[in-house]
Design a protein around this ligand. Structure first.
Ligand SMILES: [Mg+2]
Length: 366
């Protein structure tokens, strides 16, 4: 089987409510859907989530990356065996550096298409299954105290395992939200605090030494490129520190591991350029017994399904920070992902196991 066409389709879906972190405020999810066609008539679907404040990409840059570089480089490329996936990822890296979400969309579509061709679910293309289901984290963005309390109450009803809260600009306000959420969730649900790179090293050490006993993990407190700062924080405090924007590639994971720069890593396929590289990162971390979280963005069920498949094979998976897509977007463009409360189970259908709702996708086309 060979790749015959890669079609990028830009869409924009409104969010139910604004999504705010220390880095950005979003009101829509801008996504590029990918339809990857093969000469055997199989169509794989994928999703690019270019986020200017995370990956440095926009809808426009992702479209150009795919149309002018990635799709031509993969024209007639062999896609018959699992080993072809690595060759496709290498080819994409050869013709274009960075642009991870553009590559991610194609990587996801490749897994969907090959799974369909072989009649097996996408996770079994990645590796041996380590678990059958995953529990998704609860979440509260940088909103009001009342918003955080409402989100925490809703998640407590689902009896999940972890809840993430965005913090950042004002610790006096943030600690009140953290304490309120903590008292609602009780002690059996881990609390993950994510300042999204908003703190300095000194501020991080001070806050984590004084308040670190109030939560289970602190995610990416300092800017993504301050690896030295992240390492100093990890060494100075007892609360586990999780790297997010500091880890993009398997090489980043290897360097951070060697430096003992973090206790955990948030792996996102939009950062790594797809599931194949995301799993490579998890395997590097796994060898050093560093656990990981699978993260997400404001996305459709295609990206979420891809994350769910990845989560089944990831070594040392601690958290699955992916919410049901319609928690954020007003309507999903796919159906088929089995999400009950906070328990997610990729189905055993070939590929990603989700079906594109063509009419809905057209409705949000831009
Ligand atoms: Mg984060």
């Amino acid at each position: 089987m060979r790749i015959s066409r890669i079609e990028p389709i830009p869409i924009q879906i409104p969010l139910k409510a604004p999504f705010t972190t220390a880095k950005a405020r979003q009101t829509v999810a801008r996504v590029v859907l990918i339809k990857l066609q093969t000469d055997k008539g199989i169509i794989g679907i994928g999703e690019c989530d270019p986020r200017p404040h995370i990956t440095g990409e926009t809808i426009g840059s992702a479209l150009i990356a795919i149309r002018d570089y990635l799709a031509p480089a993969l024209a007639s490329f062999e896609l018959s065996e699992i080993s072809d996936i690595a060759k496709i990822c290498d080819r994409m890296d050869e013709v274009l550096v960075s642009n991870p979400s553009a590559k991610d969309g194609i990587d996801i579509a490749v897994h969907d298409a090959l799974g369909k061709a072989k009649g097996i679910p996408a996770y079994s293309l990645l590796g041996p299954k380590e678990r059958g289901v995953v529990t998704s984290c609860g979440f509260s963005d940088l909103g009001t105290l009342a918003d955080a309390e409402k989100d925490a109450r809703a998640y407590r009803e689902l009896e999940g395992n972890a809840f993430k809260i965005k913090v950042g600009p004002s610790w006096d306000t943030d600690i009140k939200r953290i304490q309120a959420v903590r008292s609602i969730l009780g002690s059996s649900i881990d609390l993950i605090v994510d300042p999204n790179q908003a703190w300095s090293v000194e501020q991080s050490i001070r806050i984590l030494k004084n308040f670190g006993n109030q939560f289970a993990v602190c995610e990416q407190p300092v800017p993504w490129n301050d690896i030295d700062g992240l390492t100093r924080i990890s060494a100075a405090v007892d609360v586990p520190v999780m790297a997010d924007e500091a880890v993009w590639s398997p090489n980043d994971a290897a360097v951070l591991t060697q430096l003992k720069g973090a206790d955990m890593v948030n792996i996102k396929h939009i950062k790594s350029g797809g599931l194949h590289r995301a799993l490579e990162i998890a395997q590097i971390l796994g060898k050093e017994d560093i656990s990981c979280m699978i993260g997400s963005t404001t996305e459709t069920g295609i990206s979420s399904a891809a994350s769910a498949h990845l989560s089944l094979v990831c070594p040392h998976l601690k958290y699955f920070d992916v919410a049901p897509p319609t928690h954020y977007i007003v309507e999903d463009v796919v159906e088929g992902l089995d999400w009950r409360g906070c328990i997610v189970k990729p189905n055993e259908e070939p590929g990603l196991g989700v079906r594109l709702k063509e009419e809905t996708a057209r409705k949000y086309a831009i």
